[in-house]
Structure formats: structure tokens, C-alpha cells
Design a protein around this ligand. Structure first.
Ligand code: GDG
Length: 475
């Protein structure tokens, strides 16, 4: 299937296509797991839309093809592009800078050049895929220049952009040697969406300080040479999950049985603590281990009663900061287990794997306390998945105030992960929380997550995008 898809009225542009390559010649692609794909697929299908993105392997030429009623438009990346644009500028410059320089960002001019070149290739692919007057929705920090590059090529389009990670305060953002170009890139969109109100405010602040444009209540007035000014909207749209999927899985007898089996395989401890993260320095895994290790050392917790299950799924393994972090985490896990384990009980069950979603839900159901201790996180979907899975209204979520999810999940036990004593007290408080109090909080959390799922998120963003475009056309 290699016909060039017809021009589409609705186009998604993201770094990755929503499919992964398989080894099977008869079915060479399978749908990637993940909430974003689940949320956007119905919108793309209903509009006969297209999705522009990288197929996930370097140096392969794949012609546009149709998958699950979506026209997929692959963008080719060379091995150099992957190294400079993706691992370099996206994951070793923008990612650490936007997460408040938890790890020092590296600034290299050749990475920037590759970022410009690859963003241009994405903009060109989107410009050819979009029908006259179409809507294009660009996703995330790898593609911040695409809105402007696309508008220059196709002024007829309605362009939205959603930023999945934090947008930092100006004092940090202003380190970026290409700070002006990135802001101008983003301002090519009619609506620039963020996770938190704070992120949208930081962006508007940067636009004011760097470009001197007037911003008011989320509207940014952009002067256009020789024409009337444009107005762009910068606003928070907190992302969510497909709640129904987690709710259904958590009620499935095989998943419930698996949760029981997990408990038993851990020696049926009184309390299971759980962490689920990509192995990333933003997630605060080392802070969590430090607090837990001290609780065992101080005898506030006993290894016979409690086990921490830490899933750290492999991520960005060719970036040096991630290799170092893995070593640091594994050293710390080894030390704690070496010091605290008994023959029958392990302090930490550390799993450097990715698991199927069924297994994740079984883990969520088995866990009495979920630890989300991110130092900085756009949203953190794991927190919402845990809540959606707790159909029994039990379990405690310990949640960092530095995760976007903290704005909505007000009934969680809030922590500042830098405050190790505070984190230790919060973990003990969560372990000791009465069933009645757990249920009271979990019911409120479940209500919030149910009332605002990922379909609501995309609907709200796209409604604002349509309205913003209509306003600027009127005006
Ligand atoms: C970025 C922002 C924002 C993890 N391990 C496994 C697995 N996962 C799944 C989780 C969850 C997803 O990956 C991770 O999402 P998060 O939101 O927690 O974090 P990031 O990957 O950093 O995502 C973040 C998000 O974009 C969306 O806008 O919330 O702030 O950083 O869904 O369940 N899934 C499976 N096996 C694993 O081993 N199946």
C-alpha cells in the first residue's frame, strides 16, 4: 500500500508516527501503544485525516501508506539527523533546559542546524499533506519551529501546537542561544497549548520580554509586516488518559488474578510501594530511593513488611546523561538491597523493562501506595493511570507538586521531592492511611479523572483552535 494519500482536511504532525515497525512482512506495522494515539486516532479517522511523523528507524525510505483509515506520511531521518536533531538538540538541549536544568543542557550549533533542517522537512511534508484551508495540529518540543515554517508555506491553514513538557520561566529559558527563533517558531500557531497555567504564563512572559509583543489574558498580538496584526492564543489544556481502557482492564478477572499473583510472588508483604517511570532524571527516582533507603535504615519501615517495586522502562539509552543516571540508580538499588534484604524479602524489586499495559494495570492494582516524585514533569500520566485503575476506591497516590498533574489531583498526598525528610514522612503517612481516608480521597480523584479524559482534552483544544482561527479571520 504505497499510494500517496489525497490532501487531508486534518493533519497531525508529531516526531513519531503512531505505528511501530514489526518483523512480519504481512503486517509490517502495528499501532504504537499510548494515550495520545488512542485520543487522536478517532479524530484523524473521522476527518479522513493524515499523520506526519518519523517511522522510528533511521535511513529508511517509506512511501506514504494507509493504516487503520489514517493516511500516514513518513518523514525520513538519517542516522545523523537522529543523533543531532533527536538525541542532541531535542533530548540533550531542550529537554533538560525546559525541565529547569535538572541536568545541564548542552548547546551545540550543529545540533541547532540539524533541528532547523529536520523541522523544515516536517513542515514541508505537512504542507504537502494538507488540503486547502485544512487544520494542522503539531505536537511537542521536537517540532517547535514547524508552526512558523508551515505558516510561511501555507498561510491558508489553521495551525495548532501542543507542548507536552513544561515551559520554563524566562530566567532559565533565556539561556537558549536560539531563544528568539524558537518563540517565533511557536508563534506561527493560532493556538499554543500547554499542560499548566504556569507554562502558558511563562511562554507569554518570554514573548513579552524577548519580542516585546503585547500579551493579555492568553492573547498574544503579533505584528505582521504590511498587514493587520495576528492574534495567537496561549492557554493551558491539561492532557489526560483514556480512562475507559484502564477501568475495563482493572475489572478483568485475569488482571485481578495477576495482581494477586504479583503480591504473592513478593512474599505477600503488608505494603507494596510502586514507582513506574521512563528511566529519566526528571522523574526523581534517585530522590525516591534515598527517602526509602533512609526509612529502612532508620527502622521506620521494616523490610519484612514493605517492598518497593520500581519499573524503570528503558529510555534514550544513547544519551550520556541517561547512561549515568542508570548507573546511579542501579548502584543505589544494589546498595539498599545488599544492606536491607533478608533471605525471604527484598527491599526493592527493580525492573528495567517495558511491560504490556495489562501488566501495568495489574501492578497498579497490587500497589498500596503509588510514588510519583518527579522533579519536573509536564503532566505525568502514570498518576492518572493509577487512579483510573483503582476501581476498588483504595490505594494512595503520593504526588510531586512539580508534576503538572498536581494542579488537578488535589486529593493526592503532595510532596516536594527535594525535601527528603518531608518525602519520608509522606511515605509513612501514606502507608498508615486508614482505608476510610484512602477511599474518601480516591473517590474524589477518580471523579476528576473521569470528568476530564483524553477525548475531552483533544475536543477542547480543537474547539478553541477553530474559534481562534475564525476570530483572526474576522478581524
Ligand atoms: C511526556 C511528558 C506528559 C511507562 N513504562 C511503561 C509504560 N509507560 C507509559 C506510562 C505512561 C507513559 O508511558 C509515560 O507518560 P508520562 O506522562 O508519565 O511521562 P513521559 O513519557 O515523560 O511523557 C509528561 C506526557 O508526555 C503526555 O503529555 O504527561 O509530563 O514528560 O502512559 O504508562 N507503558 C507500558 N509499559 C511500560 O513499561 N505499557
Amino acid at each position: 500500500m504505497s499510494d500517496t494519500p489525497a490532501a487531508a482536511q486534518f493533519v497531525i504532525v508529531s516526531n513519531r508516527l503512531p505505528v511501530d515497525r514489526t518483523d512480519d512482512d504481512d503486517a509490517p506495522w502495528r499501532r504504537s501503544p499510548g494515550g495520545l494515539v488512542a485520543a487522536l486516532e478517532p479524530v484523524v479517522q473521522a476527518s479522513g485525516g493524515a499523520w506526519v511523523g518519523w517511522p522510528g528507524q533511521a535511513d529508511i525510505d517509506v512511501a506514504p501508506f494507509v493504516f487503520d483509515e489514517m493516511a500516514l506520511v513518513p518523514v525520513r531521518l538519517s542516522a545523523d539527523d537522529v543523533e543531532l536533531y533527536y538525541e542532541g538538540f531535542s533530548n540533550d538541549t531542550i529537554w533538560p533546559l525546559y525541565h529547569d536544568v535538572i541536568s545541564p543542557p548542552a548547546y551545540h550549533r550543529e545540533w541547532w542546524d540539524a533541528y532547523v533542517q529536520v523541522n523544515t522537512a516536517f513542515a514541508e511534508a505537512a504542507a504537502s499533506a494538507a488540503a486547502d484551508g485544512a487544520t494542522v495540529w503539531v505536537h511537542d518540543y521536537q517540532l517547535q519551529l514547524v508552526p512558523r515554517l508551515l505558516r510561511e508555506r501555507r498561510p491558508d491553514l489553521t495551525i495548532g501546537y501542543f507542548h507536552h513538557i513544561p515551559f520554563p520561566a524566562y530566567g532559565i529559558y533565556s539561556q537558549l542561544p536560539w531563544r528568539r527563533q524558537v518563540l517565533e517558531g511557536l508563534l506561527g500557531a493560532d493556538v499554543i497549548g500547554f499542560q499548566r497555567v504556569q507554562d502558558a504564563g511563562n511562554f507569554a512572559g518570554a514573548v513579552r520580554r524577548q519580542l516585546g509583543f503585547e500579551t493579555k489574558a492568553g492573547s498574544i498580538r503579533i505584528p505582521v509586516e504590511g498587514a493587520a496584526e495576528r492574534v495567537a492564543v496561549s492557554k493551558a489544556y491539561p492532557i489526560s488518559i483514556d480512562v475507559g481502557v484502564y477501568d475495563d482492564l482493572a475489572r478483568r478477572p485475569d488482571v485481578i488474578a495477576r495482581a494477586q499473583e504479583i503480591r504473592e510472588s513478593l512474599g505477600s508483604p503488608k505494603t507494596i510501594l510502586l514507582g513506574v517511570d521512563r528511566l529519566d532524571y526528571t522523574k526523581g527516582i534517585t530522590h525516591r530511593l534515598k527517602a526509602y533507603g533512609e526509612l529502612l535504615a532508620d527502622h521506620r519501615l521494616d523490610v519484612e513488611d514493605v517492598t518497593l517495586v520500581q519499573v524503570a522502562s528503558p529510555s534514550r539509552e544513547r544519551v550520556a546523561a541517561y547512561m549515568q543516571l542508570r548507573d546511579e540508580i542501579e548502584l543505589s538499588v544494589g546498595r539498599i538491597n545488599g544492606d536491607r534484604d533478608t533471605v525471604g524479602h527484598s527491599a526493592i524489586r527493580y525492573l528495567h523493562h517495558a511491560y504490556p499495559r495489562e501488566e501495568m494495570v495489574a501492578l497498579y492494582l497490587a500497589a498500596d501506595v503509588m510514588l510519583v516524585t518527579a522533579l519536573r514533569d509536564g503532566m505525568n500520566l502514570v498518576a492518572k493511570e493509577y487512579i483510573a485503575s483503582r476501581v476498588d476506591d483504595r490505594g494512595v497516590l503520593v504526588l510531586s507538586e512539580f508534576a503538572g498533574a498536581a494542579d488537578e489531583l488535589t486529593q493526592a498526598v503532595k510532596v516536594n521531592p527535594h525535601d527528603i525528610e518531608g518525602l519520608k514522612d509522606a511515605i509513612v503517612g501514606a502507608i498508615e492511611m486508614t482505608p476510610r481516608e484512602q477511599t474518601r480521597r480516591m473517590r474524589a480523584l477518580r471523579r476528576r479523572v473521569r470528568d476530564h479524559d483524553v477525548a475531552d482534552w483533544s475536543r477542547e483544544f480543537l474547539a478553541d483552535l477553530a474559534a481562534a482561527h475564525a476570530d483572526s479571520a474576522d478581524g
